[in-house]
Design a protein. Structure first.
Length: 255
């Protein structure tokens, strides 16, 4: 393999390469100088997917092996993009992470459809997701119904609203543009970073609640230390308490 030499690049490619290196390095340093503690906590949250992969691997080997690394990588790359100042792409990764989590739960009990989906044979979908239109499939599952119970703030009601918010980045709605007048190179933006960070935390909350309910038996059979780690990633008190109550978790103390 030849040693890389940027001087061998053609002019336009070399200009692009050098420009990308310059602004990416600048944005990473500026972001970390202000948010290094926050970024550490966000990266730490992604480590929970190693737990899910190990716990689900034995029973749901093929599905877990393929989809959990993708869920992890979407979260990981979202952080990477945000640190580069690419907030639009960072939020698009978050929507993909949420979608893949829902597919993981669905495909775990739909092996035939999983094989179709793997091969790209999606003739059965039409304009629907693999689980059908909307979130009715998940809302009918016993664990999700028990979790919602008498709650006014229904889980998929919140997910529906949040998914629509993330979709604005996919469809380039006003306010989600990567560029601004007279500015092409991405730049660290405090307000955009804060919005992305809030979205990131919400996605990790929804993802882990969905996995805990979608694989309730596996989650309940896990050691208390593992349950605590997953609940800690969720953070939001009422969501954690909802899981403890609906799944009848016997975890002592406050999480």
């Amino acid at each position: 393999m030849k040693e890389f030499d940027s001087n061998r690049l053609l002019p336009l490619t070399r200009s692009m390469f050098e420009g990308q290196q310059k602004w990416s390095d600048r944005n990473w340093k500026e972001t970390l100088s202000k948010h290094y503690r926050s970024i550490e906590k966000l990266v730490e949250k992604t480590q929970v997917f190693a737990i899910w992969k190990k716990r689900l691997g034995a029973r749901y080997h093929d599905v877990a092996k393929e989809l959990i690394p993708e869920i992890f990588m979407d979260a990981y790359m979202s952080i990477d993009f945000a640190c580069m100042g690419l907030y639009k792409q960072a939020n698009i990764c978050l929507r993909a992470q949420l979608e893949t989590t829902l597919r993981l739960v669905y495909f775990s009990t739909h092996q035939v459809e999983f094989k179709w989906w793997q091969s790209g044979s999606e003739w059965y979908l039409g304009d629907k997701d693999v689980w059908g239109k909307g979130y009715i499939y998940f809302e009918l599952l016993t664990e999700f119904k028990d979790y919602d119970g008498a709650r006014k703030d229904k889980l998929f009601g919140r997910i529906r609203i949040f998914y629509k918010l993330l979709s604005h980045y996919v469809h380039s709605s006003v306010g989600t543009f990567q560029t601004k007048p007279n500015k092409i190179s991405p730049k660290y933006e405090p307000d955009e970073f804060r919005k992305w960070k809030s979205n990131f935390n919400d996605v990790q909350k929804f993802v882990n609640v969905i996995l805990a309910l979608g694989f309730a038996e596996t989650f309940k059979a896990s050691d208390i230390s593992i349950q605590r780690k997953i609940l800690k990633t969720i953070e939001t008190r009422n969501y954690k308490d909802g899981l403890r109550k609906s799944l009848k978790l016997r975890i002592p103390g406050r999480i």
